[in-house]
Design a protein around this ligand. Sequence first.
Ligand SMILES: [Zn+2]
Length: 327
Amino acid sequence: MIYPWQAPVFRQLAGERRHLPQALLLHGPQGLGKTEFARHLAQALLCESPLAEGAPCNACPACNWFAAGNHPDFRHLRPESDAAEAEGGEASPRKGSAQIGVDAVRDLAGFTTTSTHRAGLRVVLIEPAEALNVHAANALLKTLEEPRPGSLFLLVSHAPARLPATIRSRCRSVSFHPPQTSEARDWLAQSGVQHPELFLALAGGAPLEAQRLARQDNGQRPEFLRRLADPSQSLVQVSEFVARLPVPEWLGWLQRWAHDLVAQKLAGEARYHVDFQDVAARVAARADLYDLLAWERTLREARRLEHHPLNPRLLAESLLAPLFAMR
Ligand SMILES: [Zn+2]
């Protein structure tokens, strides 16, 4: 399936069917459904009796194989950890490598050089493409340098700048943007999300991320922000409260809070925690812009540590301390 905001780009690419370049780089922020789009496009291109506007029929042998995950002309490369998670494994701690290794790319050689099983196209989906390690990226580059007719590579990336320029230059760039707020809000409301505007703001406009945040919402965020801004709460008290929550969750809130405080300083408006706009204005008024920017940078760097087993209480204290120093 594709999402409503993807319909125009799908129509365009499906319309080019047999004239697509060898590789497409589908890129844009996380939470827009790029991978689902890539899978849908792959299925549509492999479908043996596509419907109007190129949509897959969901009935032919190719569509049935695709749905069952065993279409012989389709390969899906992703990090082992993502595959384990998708197959119902534990999300945390992550199992397997977070990278796509060179062997996975080398295995494609046989796939792209033999004739196709259904006399059509071969499609390789790589996501996220930035997970390719150096050797894997080099191997992929070699493959892209010797185009095979009938092969299409779909690279999905949230961070295309992290891909080698040599690979980027061999792909047609297809960029994904957050949809209009009204479209995203309507979609979220239809999918049963309460307060869609709030979650959409928290997700920076990305509808699937908003949906994820809404589903995972444990009601602790307002309490967290209240405590942060409450002068009677000490650093130790807030850290104790925070340490009971999952690190990626509160660190995500905190990073957005820092961004909001900076945005209040610069533009007089918070972007993410829109329900705490007034509080952000009050806190930002007392803080120094350069201190806030330095703190925001520290939090960004800390996100790399969020899946590592650190003492949550110490992590909270060290990351909250700069904010308390600005009070
Ligand atoms: Zn079909």
